[in-house]
Design a protein around this ligand. Structure first.
Ligand SMILES: [Zn+2]
Length: 680
């Protein structure tokens, strides 16, 4: 998702970080102690599914689901009627007496726990559940909620608890545990069928991640009973959906059929399998031509729509649109009847290793009421091509579709192969803002869509990485310098105010105010830039691309990310993770004094903040020569707050500056510079 973080104008005073040189000289600062992963991660290392080097272990496993989904869109009633057949493959070493589905729409049911306001629609109505062709009944646990027990009781100790439960389906908030008639054995698969329906909220899940704009659009996401993730570290990850923290989803294949009245154009996650059945011939011809075109093709124009030219027209009633997607974590679809359709291909690199360039199709659906969208196809085309290179991982899917969602979404939301973004008609909306949200949402195709992080707990792993990636795409599109940590104005202001929360707080449990946004978006993006400056760009880029390749279509945890970077850089970076991710320490390096003597000049560097970082010092001599020196991070790791640099006698020192490139996020730059004219 795109968060717009407003800078807190006028709050540039240092609150709680007043001049403290004397204090810093005499007070021990904390020493960043090692990162100790939680017990469940350590157990996974013992079991060989994770490692201490940041790669998946030799015993790594993941569940898989083959979905056959059918959705009937009833635009007048604003209803979805769905049926699903799920083939769930238990690749884990565990026998599972209970499997769990997610019912995200239940955020909109009466009486739900939420941390954001949501429309009440009644949530999802489950009409039929079968397991291996036998009907399950609706049940309620007389004791503790099953979803609570699963969070605390290891699966191999569940039998006593399960013995007291009847087989059935148990709707518990946004989850639906199924107590199976017989446990699903390790290595086996189970077929689950569900029929359901729900009323589509106008701005749903909860505020524009899905919904309708009656005039034009239904954007249907978080709409089907989806397997919750059972992983090798936490078991069933079934933290309730409270509205803010986003999603954790497993991988699978999808066959989707959307039934919609004629005149509604459907686009969805996956390849459109029956274009010839649903598009009018001239529209079909343009759609096919766009696949090979480097020039934008107006597949559907405003005139076509006015003339009723979009979809096939027949006596046969509603159209069935069929899509197929493989190795994705979700499917969504948009139904539109007034949106124009632009399409163009864009290069993604060599996807299949045959030495030639591969392409994906860029689709942009938008209304004339959203004029900035006229070039959306170009923003998306650039973002996908650029990010394929930047991440070293070619965009793997057949299309990338941007949908203008005025009236539903104001910023942007990401789904595999799809994004829903605002109309960008608000005051001060600019092409640049639309480019920015486009590159952000499209960067999400890499994280969390390809690198399958757990957003429900660790929003920083996808939002931070995505903000980082999007920043480079924007810089490239506009021909501007690449981002540096010292430009992170939102973070710096919030850090100076002391209004931060720790990055490693779980996504739904941040302090009010700017803490969630800073800790999820800007600060972790800034830290990737900091790490890039620390390790060197080439080295960082190689490690970063290795992280994406290593964890593509898998589920990394924070400690995998930390371990991979520490191992690949050949350094124990625990001090970096501890200081920046677990604490809200800040960086404030200062030139304390510059003293000339017979033997040369002594420069004293002080660390006023608690984050240890190397101090990169640029020293200018009277003769114009510039020297570079670095106080290594080791100088601070035992609690020291002062370090000295000696400059040999010769031309006098006239200027000293710490981090002139502003590549580190120093919260007070005024004390980074010493000049002979302004000092004794
Ligand atoms: Zn985002």
């Amino acid at each position: 998702m795109q968060q717009i973080i407003r800078l807190l104008a006028g709050l540039t005073l240092l609150v709680g970080f007043g001049p403290s040189t004397a204090l810093a000289q005499t007070t021990e600062r904390p020493i960043p102690y090692p990162v100790v992963p939680p017990a469940d991660f350590q157990a996974a290392v013992q079991n060989g599914t994770r490692t201490t080097t940041g790669e998946p272990g030799p015993n790594y496993w993941q569940q898989w689901t083959d979905y056959t989904l059918r959705a009937r869109l009833l635009p007048e009633e604003k209803r979805i009627e769905g049926s699903a057949r799920l083939l769930y493959h238990n690749n884990s070493p565990d026998d599972l007496p209970i499997v769990v589905l997610q019912l995200i729409q239940n955020l909109h049911a009466e009486g739900m726990a939420r941390n954001r306001q949501a429309e009440i629609t009644g949530g999802i109505e489950i009409e039929r559940v079968t397991v291996a062709d036998s009907l399950l009944t609706a049940s309620h646990s007389q004791g503790p909620l099953i979803s609570q027990v699963l969070a605390f009781v290891p699966v191999d100790r569940l039998s006593m608890f399960v013995g007291r439960l009847d087989p059935g389906y148990y709707v518990e908030g946004t989850t639906m545990p199924l107590v199976l008639p017989t446990p699903l054995a390790s290595g086996d698969s189970i077929e689950i069928e569900v029929d359901w329906s729900f009323t589509v909220p106008q701005r749903g899940a909860p505020s524009g991640r899905m919904g309708w704009n009656a005039d034009n659009l239904f954007h249907i996401a978080y709409w089907y009973p989806q397997m919750a993730v059972y992983d090798d570290v936490v078991g069933w990850q079934i933290d309730q959906f409270l509205g803010n923290a986003e999603f954790y989803m497993g991988y699978g294949s999808y066959d989707l059929t959307v039934e919609a009245p004629q005149g509604w154009m459907i686009m969805a996650t996956g390849e459109l399998m029956n274009a010839e059945d649903v598009l009018q011939p001239n529209v079909l011809e343009r759609y096919r031509r766009a696949h090979g075109s480097d020039e934008v093709v107006h597949v559907l124009t405003a005139e076509d729509i006015a003339a009723g030219m979009a979809t096939k027209v027949s006596e046969a009633g509603p159209l069935n649109w069929r899509f197929h997607a493989d190795t994705v974590r979700d499917v969504v679809f948009s139904a539109m009847r007034k949106s124009q359709w632009d399409a163009v291909r864009t290069p993604v690199g060599d996807l299949d290793g045959d030495g030639t360039t591969d392409y994906t199709l860029i689709n942009s659906f938008w209304r004339a009421e959203a004029p900035l969208w006229v070039k959306e196809w170009d923003y998306a085309r650039h973002s996908i091509a650029y990010l394929s290179k930047w991440t070293g991982f070619p965009y793997p899917w057949p299309h990338m579709t941007s949908v203008e969602g005025g009236g539903i979404e104001g910023g942007g939301m990401e789904y595999p192969m799809m994004t829903l973004m605002g109309d960008y008609t608000f005051p001060n909306a600019s092409e640049r803002a639309l480019y920015g949200v486009t590159s952000h949402e499209l960067a999400h195709m890499w994280v969390p869509m390809i690198v399958g992080t757990d957003e429900r707990r660790y929003s920083w792993m996808d939002e931070g990485t995505t903000s980082f990636n999007g920043g480079y795409a924007s810089a490239d599109y506009y021909g501007q310098p690449t981002p540096v940590a010292g430009n992170s104005m939102g973070y710096l202001q919030v850090a100076r105010m002391g209004a931060e929360g720790e990055i490693m707080r779980l996504s739904d449990f941040h302090y009010p105010g700017p803490a969630y946004g800073i800790a999820s978006y800007e600060k972790p993006a800034m830290l990737l830039n900091t790490l890039r400056a620390l390790l060197g760009t080439d080295r960082f880029d190689a490690i970063y691309q290795d992280y994406i390749r290593t964890w593509a279509y898998k589920h990394p945890k924070p400690w995998d990310f930390f371990n991979l970077f520490s191992t690949a850089s050949g350094q124990n970076l625990d001090w970096f993770w501890r200081s920046w991710y677990y604490e809200i320490w800040t960086l404030d390096q200062a030139v304390a004094s510059v003293t000339a003597g017979d033997g040369g000049t002594t420069i004293v560097i002080e660390n006023h903040g608690w984050v240890p970082m190397p101090a990169r010092v640029s020293i200018t001599l009277e003769n114009g020569e510039t020297l570079q020196d670095e106080v290594p991070v080791e100088a601070w790791l035992r609690g020291a707050t002062r370090a000295e640099i000696s400059v040999p006698a010769g031309s006098p020192v006239v200027r000293v500056e710490i981090d002139p490139g502003q590549v580190f996020p120093d919260i007070d730059r005024d004390n980074n510079v010493w000049e002979i004219d302004s000092n004794d």
